[in-house]
Design a binder for this molecule. Structure first.
Ligand code: HEC
Length: 529
């Protein structure tokens, strides 16, 4: 989504955590147990006065890392690198005019199952009954790293976990995961991650492990991440959407039933609950020019309105298809966008438009399962139909629907973004490509993304018209330069990133949510990279 859609009145907040216009440098070298410089270690820093904010940078080929513009204060500093034991926290005090140097010598550690990506796990875990159903049905909202591999359960514990999911996420799993699948998934999880696991404790002990690692270049080490912890556990922040006043809105998915409002400078998050008491699965939250915030509830098939005067949420219930009450495929709300006239559009089953004045929905069966959408400069609405592998448009003046198949069939297009030249970008999830549609010539150009399972999910376009995507299964984010076709992959700061959407703010920071990590954040590249 383009920032500054509503033009004027953008208040630029004093820049976050440690990055200011001036400040000190904290730098040093990370070495492996043999004393060799280690590339690709995440070095992290937290200011003790703003302890929910973490800044992460990467060590480069020389093992060198560098935080710039660090404001004076007390910080903790630590390293995390897959397969190594972290040094204990270093406490450093940054004072004006005094750069800090800290080197880290890592000890050998173990690669754990919750360090590897979905794509690695799919290759490394043995085939067996239940594996396919698990990968197909259970990796939609989260991966396996934090919730599955990072926990200990016996056979009964896995049955209970799967039963819990079928109940809590009934709207999603009711039709897709039948009793037999559920039993097979629970048995497979017990074989893999139960008390009598049949796989080695470390995936690195498997002969194919090394071949599953993604190659990175020195350029990939330049990215900087800043992330924020959510105040409560299991908030499942699906995204982070900056508004015109510099606050960032967070839909809290699953049973959290809240939205959050982040002050990026202080890291404080205020939360507001929806009235619905079941699993609302708040999937999207965006602000309108008048300061109201609109949210899509996937689980309850409702749209919510947060009122800035009362700071409370009112819900509007959409109707279900007869016979499919309470089931996502019979009615659900996915992504929200507000059109230039103030109508609130929501993708999902099906595409709907809410008139905020009357509270009435208009339903568009033409777009029975719409995924992502946005408006172009003329007010035309563009959207993806993922299951049908189509790009769609609703004419601003005519209201007419037009459809184009995606360039590769069965591509399951997820996100859609408009670039600065009015081109429409879509991420083809199942076929691992990015496609650009030119509305003038009505033709596509496509780029094949690197890796065995690129699965582009979140999509964002930065100020330089570079196209960013998150790879759901490979735990990387990538940047495509459409002029040269060059794609650079960057490591993500935590496994199981599962970023769902990117939003660019007025300062050029690309915001994301990482639901299973219970964090939202943004990334930037130093200027000139
Ligand atoms: C529609 C989204 C969605 C799907 C699909 C989904 N999960 Fe979850 N899962 C969640 C959310 C949200 C939570 C956090 C739940 C909470 O505590 O509120 C969660 C939590 C979990 C937990 C931790 C439960 C605990 O005791 O803390 C496990 C284990 C888990 N999921 C496994 C699975 C498995 C296995 C599947 C497939 C059968 C699955 N999930 C499918 C959304 C989903």
């Amino acid at each position: 989504m383009k920032p500054l859609r509503w033009g004027i009145g953008i208040l630029i907040l004093a820049v976050s955590v440690s990055y200011g216009t001036s400040g000190e440098i904290v730098s040093g070298t990370v070495k492996d147990p043999s004393g060799t410089p280690l590339m690709g270690a995440f070095v992290r820093m937290r200011n003790s006065a703003r302890s929910k904010i973490t800044v992460s940078v990467l060590s480069n080929k020389q093992g060198h890392y560098r935080f710039e513009n660090v404001s004076p204060g007390d910080y903790s500093l630590w390293v995390s690198a897959v397969g190594y034991k972290s040094d204990p926290l270093a406490n450093v005090t940054v004072a004006a005019g005094k750069p800090i140097a800290r080197d880290f010598a890592l000890q050998q550690g173990m690669v754990r199952w919750n360090d590897v990506s979905n794509a690695q796990a799919r290759i490394l875990l043995p085939d067996g009954k239940g594996k396919q159903a698990w990968f197909n049905q259970c990796f939609i909202c989260h991966g396996f790293q934090s919730k599955v591999a990072g926990t200990h359960r016996n056979a009964q514990g896995w049955v209970s976990a799967v039963t819990f999911m079928r109940t809590a996420m009934h709207y999603n799993l009711a039709l897709s995961l039948r009793d037999q699948d559920a039993a097979e998934v629970a048995a497979y999880l017990n074989d893999m991650f139960g008390t009598d696991s049949k796989v080695p404790q470390s995936p690195a002990a498997l002969s194919g492990y090394k071949d599953t690692l993604r190659p990175f270049t020195d350029e990939s080490m330049k990215i900087v991440y800043v992330d924020y912890d959510l105040p409560k556990a299991n908030s499942f922040p699906f995204s982070a959407t900056p508004d015109k006043d510099g606050k960032v809105w967070i839909p809290e998915f699953g049973r959290a039933n809240r939205i959050g409002r982040l002050d990026a400078a202080s890291g404080e998050i205020q939360e507001f609950s929806v009235p619905f008491s079941g699993t609302a699965s708040v999937h999207s939250a965006v602000s309108a020019p008048d300061g109201t915030v609109w949210l899509a509830e996937q689980g309850s098939n409702r749209v919510g309105k947060w009122d800035p005067k009362t700071e409370t949420i009112t819900e509007y219930q959409a109707v279900y298809e007869a016979g499919k009450e309470g089931i996502g495929a019979g009615g659900s709300k996915h992504t929200t966008r507000i059109d230039p006239k103030g109508y609130v559009w929501t993708s999902g089953f099906p595409l709907t438009r809410l008139d905020p004045k009357t509270g009435k929905f208009t339903y568009y069966p033409e777009a029975a399962q719409a995924y992502s959408m946005d408006f172009d400069a003329e007010g035309n609405m563009w959207f993806t139909l993922s299951a049908d592998s189509k790009l769609g448009k609703i004419g601003a003046k005519t209201g007419k629907f037009t459809f184009w198949p995606t360039p590769t069939p069965k591509s399951f297009p997820r996100r859609l973004e408009l670039d600065h030249d009015g081109m429409i970008w879509i991420g083809e999830f199942d076929t691992g490509r990015l496609a650009r549609f030119d509305p003038k010539t009505q033709t596509y150009k496509e780029w094949v993304l690197p890796g065995p399972d690129p699965t582009p999910y979140a999509l964002g376009i930065d100020r330089n018209n570079q196209i960013w995507y998150s790879s759901h299964n490979q735990d990387v984010i990538g940047r495509l330069d459409p002029k040269t076709g060059k794609i650079t992959e960057y490591p993500v700061p935590y496994p199981e990133n599962t970023m769902k959407e990117f939003f660019l703010d007025a300062q050029g920071r690309m915001w994301f949510g990482s639901p299973p990590n219970n964090k939202v954040g943004y990334f930037t590249l130093p200027s000139g990279s």
